[in-house]
Design a protein around this ligand. Structure first.
Ligand code: NAI
Ligand code: UGA
Length: 432
C-alpha cells in the first residue's frame, strides 16, 4: 500500500520507517526542512536505538519525505502524527493538528477517489469526529463517511524501545465507524501482525473509545507508579525495603511486576501532558478527577523528598553537588519533564554549585541551563563533589565504585535505587 505520515517527529518517523520495512511505500510530510532533508538522506531525525539502520535502508528510497502536502494525494491512507502538547492550563493544544487537517483537506479537495485519514496523535475523546473531520470537510468541500473516511489509531510504544514496541505490540486499537476504514487499517497492519513475535490483539472499537483507551492506558501507568511511590514513601518511614515489598506483590498476577519501580517518579513527553489533558477534559465536563490529581501530587513531591533527604545529610550551600542523570529515563536523550529539572532547581535555591552528567542528554540540558557545569563522565562529575544525587537509572551508574573515593564528602542520595549501599559512602535512598 501507499501510506503517508504527516509529522516526522518521534512517532511519525518510527511508524514511517516501520511501514517501509513492512513493504509499504511511504511519504512523510513535515514542515521542518531539516527533518525532511535528514529522512531523504537516510538519516534518523530523532535518537532511537535501531532507527539509523532502518532509515539508511529506506530513507530516500521507499520512504520519501517532503514539505509539500500535495504528495499525500497519491497515498491510500494518511496518518496524522502531530504533537498535541499542553496549554498553560493543562488542556490539550490542538493547533498543529488543526493546521495539518486543513492542509490535508485542501489536498483531499483535489483528489479523485477514496482517502482514509487516521489520527495517530493522542487526542481527547470527541476530537477526531468533532474537530478534525469537520476541518477536513470544510477545507475539502467533501463529506466524511462518503467522500473520505476517518479513523483513530492510538500508539502505545515507549521511547528507547520504539521499534521493538511498534513491531511487536500487545494490541492494535482501531477506532472507526465505517467498515471500509476498518478494512483499510487492517490491511496496513496485516504484514505487521504476520511478522510480530507475539500475537497482538486487534481491538476494533469506536473512535471515541480509541481516543479514551490511549488516555486510560497512560493514566493507569502513571497512577501505578505514583501508587508504588506512595507505598515506597510509607515503607521508608517504617524502615521497610520497598523493593522487596514490590517484588512480592508483583507475584500476584493481578498486579504484575511492570511499573513497580519506586523512586523519583515519572517524566517524559507523554505522561505529564496526557494526565494533565485528561484531568482538564474531566473538569470541563464538571467531573472532579481526585485520583488523577493525587497521581500528579505524589509525583510532584518526589523530587522535594529527595532534596529533603539531602538536607538531612549535609548543607550544600557553596558546595559542589553532582546531579547524575538528566534524561527522563535511561535509553533516551529526551529531557522533557525530566525529574532532573526540579532537582537542579532545588539545588540552585540552596546555592549549591551544580555539576551535571548524563551519557547522552547533556546537550539538550545545556540549552535549558547553559550556566551549569557539565561533566564528560560520571567520574569527572563525582570528583570533588560534596554530594551526589542519582536522578536517572542508567546502568553505568550501577557499576560505579572506586569513583566515589574521589568525592570530597561521599554523600550519595539515590532517587532510583541504582547505587548499591556500601562501606565508604554515606548512602540514603528515596525508598530504601
Ligand atoms: N513520543 C512518544 O513516545 C509517543 C507520542 N505519542 C503521541 O504522538 C503524537 C506525536 O508526538 P511526537 O512524535 O512525540 O511529536 P514530535 O514533537 O516529536 O514531532 C512532531 C513533528 O510534527 C511536525 N509538525 C508540526 N506541525 C506540523 C504540520 N502542521 N504539518 C506537518 N508537520 C508538522 C514537527 O516539525 C515535528 O517533526 C502526540 O500526540 C503524542 O502524544 C503517542 C505515543 C508515544
Ligand atoms: O504516550 C506515550 O508517549 C508513551 O508514554 C509512556 O512511554 P515513555 O514516556 O516513553 O516512558 P516509560 O517507559 O513509560 O516511562 C515513563 C516514566 O515513568 C518512570 N517510571 C516507569 C516505570 C517505573 O516502574 N517507575 C518509574 O518511575 C520512568 O522513569 C519515566 O520517567 C508509555 O509507557 C507508552 O506506552 C506510551 O506510548
Amino acid at each position: 500500500m501507499h501510506v503517508s505520515v504527516v509529522g516526522s517527529g518521534y512517532i511519525g518517523t518510527t511508524i514511517a520507517a516501520w511501514f517501509a520495512e513492512l513493504g509499504h511505500t511511504v511519504t512523510n510530510v513535515d514542515i521542518d526542512e531539516d527533518v525532511v532533508a535528514a529522512v531523504n538522506d537516510g538519516e534518523a531525525p530523532i535518537h532511537e536505538p535501531g532507527l539509523d539502520e532502518l532509515m539508511a535502508a529506506y530513507g530516500g528510497d521507499t520512504l520519501v519525505a517532503t514539505t509539500d502536502y500535495d504528495e499525500v494525494a497519491d497515498s491510500d491512507v494518511t496518518f496524522l502524527a502531530l504533537p498535541t502538547p499542553s496549554n498553560d492550563d493543562g488542556s490539550i493544544d490542538l493547533s498543529a493538528m488543526k493546521a495539518a487537517a486543513r492542509s490535508l483537506g485542501e489536498v483531499i479537495a483535489e483528489k479523485d477517489g477514496d482517502h482514509l485519514v487516521v489520527v495517530k496523535s493522542t487526542v481527547i475523546p470527541g476530537t477526531t469526529a468533532e474537530t478534525i473531520a469537520p476541518i477536513i470537510e470544510d477545507a475539502s468541500g467533501k463529506t466524511v463517511g462518503e467522500d473520505f473516511r476517518i479513523a483513530m489509531n492510538p500508539e502505545f510504544l515507549r521511547e528507547g524501545f520504539a521499534l521493538d514496541d511498534f513491531k511487536d505490540p500487545d494490541k492494535i486499537v482501531i477506532g472507526a465507524e465505517d467498515e471500509r476504514a476498518v478494512e483499510t487499517l487492517n490491511r496496513v497492519y496485516e504484514p505487521l501482525v504476520e511478522a510480530a513475535a507475539g500475537d497482538p490483539a486487534i481491538v476494533e472499537t469506536g473512535i471515541r473509545e480509541a481516543e479514551m483507551i490511549k488516555y486510560a492506558n497512560n493514566a493507569f501507568l502513571a497512577t501505578k507508579v505514583s501508587l508504588i511511590n506512595e507505598l515506597g514513601n510509607i515503607c521508608k518511614e517504617y524502615g521497610v525495603d520497598a523493593y522487596e515489598v514490590a517484588d512480592a506483590i508483583a507475584l500476584d498476577h493481578r498486579i504484575d511486576e511492570h511499573f513497580l519501580r519506586s523512586g523519583l517518579g515519572w517524566g517524559g513527553s507523554c505522561f505529564p501532558k496526557d494526565v494533565a489533558a485528561i484531568r482538564a477534559a474531566a473538569r470541563e465536563r464538571e467531573y472532579d478527577p481526585v485520583l488523577l490529581d493525587a497521581t500528579v501530587e505524589v509525583n510532584d513531591r518526589q523530587p522535594e523528598r529527595l532534596l529533603d533527604l539531602l538536607d538531612d545529610h549535609t548543607d550544600v550551600a557553596g558546595e559542589r553537588v553532582a546531579v547524575m542523570g538528566l534524561a527522563f529515563k535511561p535509553g533516551t536523550d529526551d529531557i522533557r519533564y525530566t525529574r532532573a529539572v526540579p532537582v537542579i532547581e532545588g539545588l540552585l535555591e540552596r546555592d549549591a554549585e551544580v555539576v551535571a552528567y548524563d551519557p547522552v542528554a547533556t546537550e539538550n540540558m545545556r540549552e535549558q541551563y547553559p550556566d551549569l557545569t557539565y561533566a564528560d563522565s560520571a567520574a569527572e562529575a563525582l570528583e570533588g563533589a560534596s554530594a551526589a544525587l542519582f536522578v536517572t537509572d542508567w546502568d553505568e551508574f550501577g557499576a560505579l565504585d572506586a569513583e566515589f573515593e574521589a568525592m570530597a564528602d561521599p554523600v550519595v542520595i539515590d532517587g532510583r535505587r541504582i547505587v548499591e549501599p556500601r562501606d565508604g559512602i554515606e548512602y540514603d535512598g528515596l525508598t530504601w
